[in-house]
Design a binder for this molecule. Structure first.
Ligand SMILES: NC(=O)C1=CN([C@@H]2O[C@H](COP(=O)(O)OP(=O)(O)OC[C@H]3O[C@@H](n4cnc5c(N)ncnc54)[C@H](OP(=O)(O)O)[C@@H]3O)[C@@H](O)[C@H]2O)C=CC1
Ligand SMILES: Nc1nc(=O)c2c([nH]1)NC[C@@H]1CN(c3ccc(C(=O)N[C@@H](CCC(=O)O)C(=O)O)cc3)C=[N+]21
Ligand SMILES: [Mg+2]
Length: 288
């Protein structure tokens, strides 16, 4: 059996076309959506993602500003910068690229971003809303994965979803969103014993580990949906996921590639959240 490819790039392009229409409407109503990205230090991988985000904003008419700070910036200076953006009327979304240098508390930074501009969906208020099934900004990577599953018509309700990885930005929110869709969810992590015994039970397997090609066909049930979040370099320096694509694509029912899978959808949901934030603002204005 050869798996169906979930084409993240194509789904992203279609989603962005619909967003473009909403951006046009917002601009006509006098609100140009604005995103501010803060990049601390000079990490090459971060720079690539940030450049991708900027380009994608521009392409659909979202104003995007990049604030670059040196890696020796103090925590206070960064927090002040965020406060300034919280108070700006033309900025609807704020994203601070993670990870941050060791001397800066990520928790403090995330909590300083106004929950109404938290388009990453990392603020505790927004995480709490997600956990209690309220409408809010959902974290972009898990949200994008949910959109891909829905686009492909893959049913979630009653299915066993196994998430490998429990980070705050991917693994944990992924499980929560799938639970909200009535999946039965299992979380695995580095202390899990006999990982394959869990992953082989998965109808939907999400790999968010950060280990190149770790998930081979022995980890996968025949016909399962396999979602690869990993962004790694293989032995030849080529971009690859956490899933051994060549091996697993004979076993899986659906599979996402790297690149061209989860990554483009992550950026698309960032655009979605930024547009949503701008729309929220108009709605507030009309209520006053
Ligand atoms: N495409 C995209 O849009 C995005 C891609 N990424 C990529 O996804 C990957 C994961 O990112 P992120 O969640 O931030 O990573 P983290 O490093 O924060 O988390 C990795 C998780 O994997 C678990 N883990 C590590 N080794 C093993 C193992 N051998 N067996 C089982 N579990 C293991 C860890 O367990 P423990 O908690 O016990 O340490 C941890 O929970 C990375 O490659 C990252 O680059 C990330 C964000 C977005
Ligand atoms: N505050 C914050 N929010 C994030 O959302 C965030 C972050 N910090 N830190 C880093 C991770 C990683 N991440 C990616 C986004 C897009 C691609 C992406 O577009 N990938 C392309 C390939 C890119 C390439 O060619 O290198 C693809 O998979 O096709 C990858 C990774 C967002 N993250
Ligand atoms: Mg991380």
């Amino acid at each position: 059996m050869t798996a169906n490819l979930i084409d993240g790039k194509k789904i992203a392009a279609e989603t962005r076309k619909n967003l473009q229409i909403e951006v046009n409407q917002l601009v006509e109503a006098g609100v140009k959506p604005g995103l501010a990205v803060i990049l601390v230090g000079d990490n090459q991988a971060s720079r690539t993602y940030v450049t991708n985000k900027q380009k994608s904003c521009k392409a659909i008419g979202i104003e995007s500003i990049l604030i670059e700070l040196p890696d020796y910036v103090t925590e206070n200076e960064l927090l002040n910068q965020i406060e300034e953006l919280n108070n700006r009327d033309d900025i609807h979304g704020i994203l601070v690229q993670l990870p941050l240098p060791k001397h800066i508390s990520e928790t403090k930074v995330i909590e300083t971003i106004s929950s109404e501009k938290d388009v990453d969906g990392f603020h505790p208020v927004n995480i709490g809303k997600m956990m209690t099934g309220q409408d809010t900004f959902f974290p972009c990577t898990p949200f994008g994965i949910l959109e891909m599953l829905k686009y492909e018509g893959i049913s979630i309700s009653g299915k066993h979803a196994v998430i490998v990885g429990r980070s705050n930005i991917v693994g944990k929110p992924m499980g929560q969103l799938l639970l909200n869709e009535n999946a039965t969810v299992t979380y695995c992590h580095s202390k899990t014993k006999d990982l394959a015994s869990y992953t082989r039970e998965a109808d939907i397997l999400v790999a968010a580990i950060g280990k190149a090609k770790m998930i081979t066909s022995e980890y996968v049930k025949e016909g399962a949906t396999v979602i690869d979040v990993g962004m790694n370099r293989d032995e030849n320096g080529k971009l690859c996921g956490d899933v051994d694509f060549a091996d697993v694509s004979d076993q899986a029912g659906f599979i996402t590639p790297v690149p061209g899978g989860v990554g483009p959808m992550t950026i698309t949901m960032l655009l979605y959240n930024t547009v949503k934030s701008a729309k929220n603002k108009i709605n507030h204005r009309n209520l006053k």
